[in-house]
Design a protein around this ligand. Structure first.
Ligand code: GLC
Length: 643
């Protein structure tokens, strides 16, 4: 049945932050029953190609190849000159963001920060072979780069594809996402019958790497429409720009037309979620996926659309807004990401910081520079630089750093303090003392005044590698640690979400006695096969695909016969999780994406970022000069230098 044509009032709050005005559209009002939801024939939602606003004039080159992959081979100096020439083209970053050779010298960070030198290694921009264009000017990625026919799919992969396709949700006849789990025996699906933004990422990548872009494009555009919706939780409106955690497609009877139905999209911004957790990661994932869509399909017109550019800016506006915070990291409440229950990850959890950093790097490539966005672009660059410094300097732990913390002086009142966050050495947990390998290290889970959360959180560490939030040496160190601690972090099912588990009093106090998060279960030290694709991506980036292969082989032995569980329990991941959903879509998609990533190293390289020396050169506060009256905290003596 054809859905009725309905128009929706979309009212944006006006804002001039970062110099941009958010459009106010005045379509006729939506009926009360449809408040907070989204119907099929929403006027602002057409999948028009190449809807380019006036703000792009001066950005677009007449030569279409200009916005694609250039043939460049520049050294550092030439690059700086070049970048001045094209300083108006932020999205030029898109062309070389992932293609810097990774022959990075381990001491580069030190050279830039300690010696303050500009002795930057030459940038080598890989030559990217020009791809065939289709009639409509889009790159035909399904023919050349994604050679699906080449390798024979295993029976397990075939089953996984069938299940993934079975989880697809249609809205007004078009695919818009995949639901979280499709276990036919599940009598109480709660919200597992919804499309979660974060869960859809591996599905999207599997489809993209298989040459199927439509569902991803639809997903990006439909969730964009949900973002702009007015939402309230107990009479409070969360900030404009928030992306929902999930949405559901509902079929509802049409008013006054008996027997007729229409599809509506019903988002959940946390107002129904258990614990009312804020989906901070959704917008960050949305930006990351938008960039991946462009990189893999070659269709950059999507990210250049005015409504999409506005969507990016709204998310950034929320993330970059001033608050009371003292750190460049994003301050969030507990459970605001994949771990969406109370787990003591409020404050500045690593996962959010790594996604934030990635989203900023994506935005830097995608935001179109003009007079109204130049302040935003400057804010992005400054934040990237400060965030990267902060995480590398203060979140990193290895044997040397732990030993320094062990000998910390406390109660230092000075801008030169070595123990800046006043960490009491007694906080070093006993498990860590025995556990730490001689080589390798990792980024801790969280940092707050007088508090370091030493737990190892896998997603944050993997995504730090993928986005180059960690230094090249740190990134290597993280993989070394995973390899050394394989039995703890991989064991019978890749990978532990966090290590170690909280138990006894800690479990009682930190989780609030959560019966789902008992030791070695679910978020509290459970094993999540969906993390496999992020591990694979990180391993390929660090040129260690054999590690990924080993993990995939372990997963492949059990996933299908165990019915694709959401997570596994016990210290070594031996049992299917007590409350684990079966046929969990991101388990299935994570497995397929991992396989695809290994098969397509060229495509894979478009999904990660190498070290960016321009960012390292920036001292954002400008107080680092020798004669500066105030000291830049970066130039103040550091207890520990990371390289
Ligand atoms: C659980 C997970 C969350 C996921 C959701 C749907 O709540 O913690 O990360 O998005 O299930 O699969």
């Amino acid at each position: 049945m054809k859905p009725s044509c309905r128009r929706i009032l979309i009212t944006y709050k006006r804002s001039s932050l970062f110099g941009f005005q958010i459009p106010i559209s005045n379509h006729s009002p939506v009926s009360k029953t449809h408040r907070g939801i989204h119907t099929c024939n929403n006027v602002v939602l057409g999948f028009r190609r190449g809807v380019i606003g006036s703000n792009q004039k001066g950005f677009c080159c007449s030569d279409s190849s200009c916005s694609r992959q250039p043939r460049l081979l520049l050294n550092g100096c030439q690059y700086r000159k070049f970048s001045r020439l094209v300083s108006k083209v932020a999205s030029d970053y898109r062309n070389h963001s992932t293609s810097v050779e990774s022959h990075v010298n381990d001491t580069s960070w030190e050279r830039i920060y300690i010696q303050g030198g500009l002795n930057v290694k030459p940038w080598v921009i890989e030559e990217v072979k020009k791809k065939e264009e289709t009639d409509d000017g889009l790159l035909d990625f399904s023919r050349e780069d994604v050679d699906i026919a080449d390798r024979k799919e295993s029976e397990i992969e075939k089953e996984a594809w069938k299940l993934l396709r079975g989880s697809i949700v249609n809205y007004c006849g078009s695919p818009v996402g995949t639901i979280a789990a499709t276990d036919p025996a599940d009598k109480l699906p709660l919200n597992y019958d919804q499309v979660f933004i974060r869960d859809f990422i591996p599905s999207a990548l599997a489809f993209l790497l298989n040459g199927e872009g439509e569902i991803v494009k639809n997903f990006l555009l439909h969730t964009l429409q949900l973002q702009s919706w007015e939402k309230t939780v107990d009479c409070h409106s969360p900030g404009q720009g928030l992306m929902p955690a999930s949405f559901k497609v509902r079929s509802v009877p049409l008013d006054g037309r008996p027997g007729e139905f229409e599809d509506i999209l019903d988002p959940d911004f946390g107002e129904s979620a258990i614990g009312r957790v804020a989906p901070v990661d959704s917008g960050l994932w949305w930006i990351i996926l938008l960039r991946a869509y462009g990189k893999i399909t070659g269709d950059y017109t999507l990210q250049e659309r005015v409504d999409v550019q506005t969507g990016i800016r709204l998310i950034l506006k929320l993330c970059l807004a001033d608050g009371f915070d003292m750190f460049p990291t994003l301050l969030v409440t507990d459970g605001s990401c994949m771990i969406d229950r109370r787990m003591g990850i409020h404050g500045h959890p690593l996962e959010i910081q790594a996604l934030f950093y990635s989203a900023l790097r994506c935005s830097r490539e995608m935001v179109i520079v003009n007079d109204s966005t130049k302040d935003l672009v400057a804010a992005i660059n400054n934040r990237l630089s400060a965030l990267c410094f902060h995480i590398r300097e203060y979140y990193w732990v290895d044997m040397k750093k732990i030993n320094e913390i062990y000998r910390y002086q406390t109660e230092e009142y000075s801008t030169d303090a070595i123990n800046k966050f006043n960490i009491y050495p007694e906080q070093i947990p006993s498990w860590l003392v025995d556990w730490f390998p001689e080589s390798g290290g990792y980024l801790i889970g969280n940092l707050q005044p007088a508090h370091m959360d030493f737990r190892f959180f896998t997603l944050g560490n993997l995504w730090a590698i993928v986005s180059s939030l960690g230094s090249p040496k740190q990134n290597d160190g993280i993989l070394n640690l995973i390899e050394e601690k394989w039995d703890d972090l991989v064991a019978n099912m890749p990978l532990k979400i966090s290590y170690p588990a909280l138990d006894n009093e800690e479990w009682r106090i930190i989780t609030g006695s959560d019966p789902k998060n008992t030791p070695w279960s679910y978020h509290n030290g459970g094993s999540w096969p969906t993390l496999l694709w992020q591990f694979t991506l990180a391993c390929i980036k660090m040129k260690r695909p054999e590690l990924a292969r080993k993990a995939i082989d372990i997963a492949e032995m059990r996933l299908s016969s165990d019915k694709w569980p959401e997570y596994y329990d016990t210290r070594y991941g031996r049992f299917i999780g007590k409350q684990s959903r079966l046929y969990q879509t991101w388990t299935i998609a994570g497995f397929l994406t991992s396989k695809k990533l290994l098969e397509n190293p060229d495509m894979t390289s478009r999904l990660f970022w190498e070290e960016d020396y321009q960012l390292l050169e920036n001292c954002v506060c400008g107080l680092g000069g020798k004669n500066g009256r105030k000291k830049c905290s970066r130039s103040a003596p550091q207890s520990h230098r990371v390289v």
